[in-house]
Design a protein around this ligand. Sequence first.
Ligand SMILES: Nc1ncnc2c1ncn2[C@@H]1O[C@H](COP(=O)(O)OP(=O)(O)OP(=O)(O)O)[C@@H](O)[C@H]1O
Ligand SMILES: [Mg+2]
Length: 709
Amino acid sequence: MKNKKNIGKFNNKITNKSKKLTKAATKKSNKPTKESNKPTKESKGNIKNIKKAKKVKKEIKKPKKDIKNTEKLKKAEKAKLLKQIKEVKEKIREKQLQKKPIKKVKISQDKGKLKPAKPEGKLKPGNLLLSKKELNNKSELGVKKTISREDTPKKESKGKLKPSNLLLSKKESNSKSELGVKETNLREDVSKKPLGVLDLDKGIKQPTKQPTKQKGVLETYEIEVDKAKVKVEIKREASNITYTLHTPEIGIATAFLLEEIRNELVSATTISMKEITDPAAFNTIKQRFMQEASSLIQENLPNINPKIKEFLVGKLMQDMLGLGEIEFLINDLNLEEIVILSSKEFVRVYHEKYGWLPTNLKIAKEDEIINYSNIIARRVGRQITVLTPLLDAHLVTGDRVNAVLYPIATKGNTITIRKFARDPFTIIDLINNKTCSLDIAAMLWLAIEYEMNILISGGTASGKTVLLNCCMPFIPPNHRIISVEDTRELMLPDFLYWTPLVTRTPNPEGKGEVSMLHLLINSLRMRPDRIVLGEMRRKEEAMVLFEAMHTGHSVYATVHADSAAETISRLTNPPIEVPPNLLKAVNLNVVMFRDRKKGIRRILQIAEFEASQDRAEANILYRWIPEQDKIIKHSESSRFFEDISRNTGMPQTELDKNLEEKKKILSWLIKNKIRDLNDFGKVMNFYYTNKELLIKFINKNNVKAVLGR
Ligand SMILES: Nc1ncnc2c1ncn2[C@@H]1O[C@H](COP(=O)(O)OP(=O)(O)OP(=O)(O)O)[C@@H](O)[C@H]1O
Ligand SMILES: [Mg+2]
């Protein structure tokens, strides 16, 4: 009890003392004394810290001040820019409030910022790319953790607001949304040297030093996507060659305007699933978006330079409907492959001239890579989730995409894009770049015209699919072609009678799978003349294919094997394991080879299979000699010509004459540089409809008459 009393007294004392102190402090603060003007060391430190914190807070809250502090901007320009931001902000706000139905707009009270309405079950571009489920998956993935680690502002920032650290912390992301700057607009990559700064009324300011004049620059060129143009610079730096994408830096006012337009477009449009998955419908939407975005920009900035407007519209489209800046890489015709390794590493590309190159692009967050994977998956009606972390798909452009999510890809979410040639190779290109010889091209043409079965073997990326595609225009136009692939890679000329089919992986519940076997069996019911299989991997598929060959269909497929002997071994051993005597049905085996060091691809062997009940052997007809870089004749054929003669009734002399005729046509096409897929297709069509007239025109060297233009 005594103790309790004492404690009570003690507490009262403290309370009184603290009251007195507070009184004194209030007096002091009202009438500042000398002492209060001379703070102690401790309070000095505290005041300093408080001031610093206030300064940082102010800078984070009001990034406009950052502009004021920028030494580079002259006073007049600063005032103008601030005025501009204010005007644009007010204008858009006014317009949005007038235009939009209240239902669709949500005004956040703390910031007064317009936000798009909730989707109500329908998909909206841009903001709905991650579903609730996917967001959950993300946290299950541990992605959030990775990002928060990434989110720590960099040391060198010293409290100042820089574009590079604007995207990072939660607090900062609030200030970011006040600013209206989209994350992707401001890349984490500070090493990037922008080509110029894009601002509303000034256009793209060119830096005084042009990148082309710099030392070590091997090549510069321009890429255009949706009318937005950027420059690429390929440079030798020490022992490395680098790929730099120079995109104009987006000014704050511009970024704000873009964000507002983006929000407006998003909230005003709903996109159905069909519109996402159907490439034609998707293109229509894109055109509509581009028009709307263009008129919104024009409305807000009536005096805008048309070139800048085009760039801004393109940028908006890439951010809303595409894969952001990766779209530029996808549209670089010189690139064969694009690899996003994780958010911590620079994107890498495979350049057809320089091989693998690091770029100056980095995806800011792991989240964004997941988001890109989701966009790609949705467009082909597939899913990529924590339970199904692997995705094999294709882009609207036809490029093949593979995505693997973390933690299966242990360094981070990864995407590999194998680019589809915008201007596909034709057999003329393959003869020109020495992949194939004129003799072999004529032989492949003969084989395809007279319905022989062909297997194309080779290692990874050796050019199997490209050769297969190059052989397709040799098919006569009235033959029905059914192709079965995991992802759409084949591209045939317009005149062919072609039905392309692609497989589908099951959904997370294991439903909806359409396998290669299903499609092969189904294709036999579609009355095909020719069956094309992307890649033969399993026994069941191989058995159906050989069955199709035996029932009179002409079959073309690719197999993973480095030589003709290995092809036989792969086909007759597990997992494919077809009985050796079935290999008789294969009339030609073409083996592709890729020399990684020299970066060249060649037809390594052309072989026919001689098969008995229990064994099969390869008879090599042509082979490539690396020392001379030549494809030469190796052995006489024992079966190939015999099989054609038996099928067609043509004697060898006639076959030889036919081959010579084909070589003559191909040589004429090479001489006249007729190599485009559709032009080549036209000539083939002409050959099958009126061979004599074609030869007559060729003899007269009349290109116009052959191409009909
Ligand atoms: N003959 C060629 N000349 C030059 N480049 C080629 C040639 N063939 C293929 N390429 C390039 O190589 C890349 C890979 O080719 P392709 O897809 O045909 O290989 P693949 O053997 O089918 O690979 P995979 O084993 O992955 O199926 C293509 O992007 C193409 O640009
Ligand atoms: Mg392939």
